[in-house]
Structure formats: structure tokens, C-alpha cells
Design a protein around this ligand. Structure first.
Ligand SMILES: [Zn+2]
Length: 316
């Protein structure tokens, strides 16, 4: 991710949210078909092994693209895995970027899109920034969701998985011009070709493998999707893992929100303790490594995403 925009009411609201979301020991667990947090964790490790640093133009970025292509060979064979390559004008000059889209056709007219960025920050290229939680684990999460979708093809809306490039700012000074390159490009393209009008919802996965997982109430998400997230967390027994903090986020949901698509940014922007030495925790530091994430948190996030898909399909 992203840049957080804290609100002055955040602490009060966090307190209220935690009071409302006290854990329910006997919450019912909805049937979520075979998503494995451990498999998603293993995929994260595999991705980090071959592509620890994935900044634009690096060997690791190319390896990450190869990793995605390998995992979506079955979809590629059917023409359902496409590369969307474009040239971005950045503070560091022109950069070639590529989004990847894996499509799982459903039986109802309409598309639910899940999004994770896969690159690491260009401006952090000289430190050991691996983005285990920031980019790697959510890409792995979507790859594991794909294995569920292969076993259980969508009965409702089509599901498209987007692995976007250029989410991070290139310069390190986040601005609307220097961030969200991949999703800005894709939203414009899908506006032109009519895809946007078929989208029922777009859900962004970002930094949700944190061992200490708590998914934020992101105020610039679409209200009915925030309501649905609360229901999804309850249905899967994970109410204690959401809405401790409340803020607006600048993330991959925004280019689509600006074009009228219902969006939900599923993010935990509180990653590690905020200290004088690490004012934003592990975020965008060399501490964002595999040991800070867990299979358990990936299980929670995967359960919630699959339940969200089920709930969106139930809407009239
Ligand atoms: Zn980031």
C-alpha cells in the first residue's frame, strides 16, 4: 500500500468498534470451500524465494511475472489469463508495467474483481524491502483463491483476479500522479471497453497476512460493501479480526471508485508497533518479512473473501 489518512476521531471510533465487535465464541462458520491459509502462506514463501525484490525493471519483477504465468497456465490455455502491458510516465522516467488478469467465468451476467498488487517499491530498491505482507502475501492469497475457483467454478458472477503493477509511488512521495499506475490504467481501459459497467464489486486485498491481523474500516470504501464485510466476518467467525481501526486509504480501489464501481479496500494498515524508530511499523521497511505474517491470518482473509463473493452473489 498506500497512504493512510488518519482521522481525529479514529481512537474513539476504534474503541467503539472493538466494543461492538467483541468476539462471539460460537459464531457459525460458513462453508468456505477448501481455502487453505497454509497453502497461501507456502505460496508467499515460494514467491519471496524466487522474487524477493520486485521493483520495476528488476530481475525479481520478471521472476514474479513468471511465477504468476506458471500458476495460471490452465487459464492461459483457455485464453482466460491476459497481460495488460503499458508505459507509465513516472518521476523516474518512462516505466513499462504489466497487470495480469485471470478470469473465471460464471453463470450470471456480471463480474466480481479481486485485486492485489505484486510489485515492490522502486524507491526502496536499495534496501532489503521484500513486501512479504505488502504485495507478496496478497498475491499468494489470490493464487490460492484461484485453486478454490478451479475446484468449484463460479455458479454466480464471473470472478476476475487482478495482479496489478505500479501500485506504489515510484518516488516515495505519494501523490495522485505518482501512485496507482496499474489500476488507473486498468480502470480507464475497462471504462472504454465496457467492462466497468459489468462489475458488481471490486475488492482490494492489501497487507492482510499480518500475524496481528485486524482489517480496517476503510471509510472511502462503498458503504454496502463495508456492511457486507461485517456480515462476512461474522458468518466466518472472524468478527474479532475486523474494524479495530477506522480511516480513509489511498489504495487500488480509488481509480474504480472514481468511475462509480462499488469498491472495498480490505487492508490492515497497522503492521507492527509504531515506535520512534519505526513510525509506521514494518510498513515499507526491511522488517516486512515472512516471519511477520501467518498462515492463520491468511486463512481468516481467505475465508472472508470467499464469503464476500457468496454474499455479493446473493444480492438482488
Ligand atoms: Zn506498500
Amino acid at each position: 500500500m498506500t497512504r493512510r489518512r488518519p482521522l481525529f476521531l479514529a481512537l474513539l471510533l476504534a474503541f467503539l468498534a472493538s466494543a461492538i465487535n467483541a468476539p462471539k465464541a460460537n459464531a457459525q462458520r460458513a462453508a468456505s470451500p477448501q481455502f487453505s491459509g497454509q497453502a497461501a502462506y507456502n505460496l508467499t514463501k515460494q514467491l519471496l524465494d524466487v522474487a524477493p525484490k520486485r521493483f520495476n525493471g528488476s530481475p525479481g519483477h520478471a521472476k514474479a511475472e513468471e511465477f504468476l504465468k506458471q500458476h495460471f497456465a490452465p487459464e492461459a490455455a483457455k485464453g482466460n489469463f491476459v497481460a495488460d502491458t503499458f508505459t507509465a510516465t513516472t518521476p523516474a522516467g518512462l516505466q513499462t508495467m504489466t497487470n495480469y488478469i485471470a478470469k473465471f467465468p460464471g453463470k450470471k451476467d456480471g463480474i466480481i474483481v479481486l485485486v492485489s498488487h505484486y510489485e515492490t517499491n522502486y524507491y526502496l530498491r536499495d534496501i532489503d524491502f521484500y513486501g512479504a505482507n505488502d504485495g507478496a502475501a496478497t498475491s499468494a492469497l489470490l493464487i490460492e483463491i484461484a485453486s478454490v475457483l478451479r475446484a468449484h467454478p463460479p455458479e454466480g458472477y464471473s470472478i476476475w483476479l487482478v495482479f496489478d503493477d505500479g501500485e506504489e509511488s515510484v518516488s516515495g512521495k505519494w501523490s495522485t500522479a505518482d501512485s496507482l499506475y496499474g489500476t488507473r490504467h486498468l480502470a480507464a481501459k475497462w471504462s472504454q471497453d465496457g467492462t466497468l459497467s459489468k462489475m458488481k464489486a471490486l475488492l482490494v486485498a492489501d497487507m492482510i497476512a499480518d500475524k496481528d491481523l485486524n482489517i480496517d474500516y476503510v471509510e472511502n470504501s462503498t458503504p454496502w460493501l463495508l456492511d457486507l464485510l461485517k456480515v462476512a466476518a461474522k458468518n466466518t467467525g472472524h468478527s474479532a479480526s475486523i474494524f479495530k481501526y477506522r480511516e480513509a486509504e489511498e489504495d487500488d480501489h480509488l481509480p474504480f471508485a472514481a468511475r462509480g464501481v462499488p469498491v472495498l479496500d480490505v487492508i490492515d494498515a497497522h503492521y507492527g508497533a509504531f515506535t520512534a524508530a519505526l513510525p509506521d511499523g514494518y510498513h515499507h521497511t526491511d522488517k516486512d518479512t515472512l516471519d511477520k505474517i501467518s498462515a492463520h491470518s491468511l486463512q481468516i482473509s481467505g475465508d472472508i473473501f470467499l464469503e464476500m463473493i457468496r454474499l455479493i452473489n446473493q444480492r438482488p
